[in-house]
Design a protein around this ligand. Structure first.
Ligand code: SF4
Length: 179
């Protein structure tokens, strides 16, 4: 919070966009610390007492924080069953036909959240209810899938485990890969 933008930019350089993110991070920390509920510290612990919608509203009011980042805070820091949709997940969801091609990332996130909630609340669900753990696992697995297989420019459909389910598959899996 007290560091210079240059020092913060250097510290976060491996994540990219350091010069753009650094002033926002400092401002976000200052705003959090200025909230009476944070008692002078850049500590978001007070979010734990908020409902999801209220916490998202608070977070997205901070500079540079959009729905995906807010959902990441709820999932990773608060253990809530929400589903952050990044660019990889958005692309895969469209290719798999899970959401319409024109649905933006924020609405795709809402659609995933609703499915997770419906499944968690369903009395007759055979599998274990999908909670934060399932959201976390699916989020990480889909990002890995997007980075390593279903890449933006050249999806490697020939080695994709989802070919049989995917209307956008460009090549059938080879017979020796079908098990
Ligand atoms: S079959 Fe191809 S387009 Fe569909 S999810 Fe797999 S890699 Fe992506």
């Amino acid at each position: 919070m007290a560091a210079s933008p240059e020092a913060v930019a250097r510290a976060i350089a491996p994540a990219g966009l350091g010069p753009q993110k650094a002033p926002r991070i400092i401002e976000v920390l200052r705003r959090i610390a200025a909230d009476p509920r944070a008692k002078g510290r850049p500590d978001l612990g007070f979010l734990a007492g908020m409902a999801d919608a209220e916490a998202v509203e608070y977070l997205t009011d901070l500079p540079g924080v959009g729905p995906k980042t807010a959902a990441c805070v709820l999932l990773f820091a608060l253990g809530r069953p929400v589903f952050p949709v990044d660019t990889h997940i958005h692309r895969i969801a469209i290719r798999l036909g899970l959401v319409p091609a024109k649905l933006d990332a924020a609405k795709t996130q809402k659609a995933f959240d609703e499915v997770m909630q419906e499944t968690a609340n369903a009395a007759d669900v055979k599998a274990a209810p999908l909670g934060a753990e399932a959201c976390h696992e699916l989020h990480i697995n889909l990002i890995t899938h997007g980075r390593e297989v279903c890449q933006a420019r050249r999806p490697d459909c020939a080695r994709c485990a989802l070919t049989d389910l995917c209307p956008a598959a460009s090549e059938p899996r080879r017979a020796d890969e079908s098990e």
